[in-house]
Design a protein around this ligand. Sequence first.
Ligand code: BGC
Length: 373
Amino acid sequence: MKKKVLAALMAVAMVALTACGGAAAPAAAAGSGDSGDAAAPAAAAGGGKKVAVAMPTQSSERWMHDGANMKAQLEELGYTVDLQYAEDDVQAQVSQIENMIAAGANCLVIAAIDSDALVNVEAQAKAAGIPVIAYDRLLMNTDAVSYYATFDNKGVGTKIGEYIVKNCGATKDDPKTIELFMGSPDDNNAHMLYAGLMEQIQPLLDDGSLICKSGQIDFDSNNTLRWDQQTAMKRCEDILTRYYADEDLDICACAYDGLSYGCMSALEGAGYTDANWPMITGQDAELMATKHIISGKQTMSIYKDTRLLASKCVTMVQAVLEGSEPEINDTEQYNNGKIVVPSYLCEPVAVDKNNYKEVIIGGGYYTEEQLAE
Ligand code: BGC
């Protein structure tokens, strides 16, 4: 499994790096549009400084892309990069960050596994004068974080919800069944996605156009710890057995491609075929998910250009290390319980079989050949 992810990553990294060699420059140039030629002096200034990047897991393709993009873009600017993954083990990530601090990191970039569990190491970093930047996932309950680079997380849920409402064909006279497979409760993104999704589908649940037969509408009942595929598969199996013996499930509202794969296994196991295959949503537009979109097994996903996210995060690293100004476009939404963290939100894009060519292939994220393999 991991080998496949690695192979896919290497292929994607090649594309990303080629596109970034092409794209790191334009992305950096676009980012520095407001601040003049920030990229040029920083390239010289980066020399010798150590940036430590803590990522959650190599078992999901997106984090492999994020790590590879961050490393490539930071090295391009002359920084030394210490990139580490913690395989979704919270304690392992705490230890990695402690080691990064001890090894003399000048800046920490953290994509947390459990956003609440890092409060002590973040305080250690602050005490040691090491700036911390939150990568994609907000770091909760700390005042040690300087900036946050992410995607519009509520927007991800909104886009999934809008897609369902527009395309599922549910009406009061012809209601559709829906089940929700949401993200990890220790990840603020999962809560924001859920809020965005519910805003869209609640009216249809209220008027009976959408029916959730399990009744598991509250986030507490439909979240998936650590965004784990097996957990989603088991929950979907259980739901299909208990609530869908006599009626088909029409919509699997999944918050991440990995959860979609889990639901697909459960659906196959329960005997679903092309004739009654449900609408299945996802997030990240992983290579496999995009292939599933082409084959019709998955209906849509949310494309997040991790090259763009990395380039925004790199401007934040430059800001804390070189004293430049990063681009910020949100100073309200991301209150972590202690402070409102100045953030840059990249735009997520809904992709399905109608626009994947334009968005994903056209955007240089995957090649046609990779998708055909
Ligand atoms: C990210 C998603 C990702 C999920 C599972 C979230 O924090 O924002 O893009 O699908 O984690 O890895």
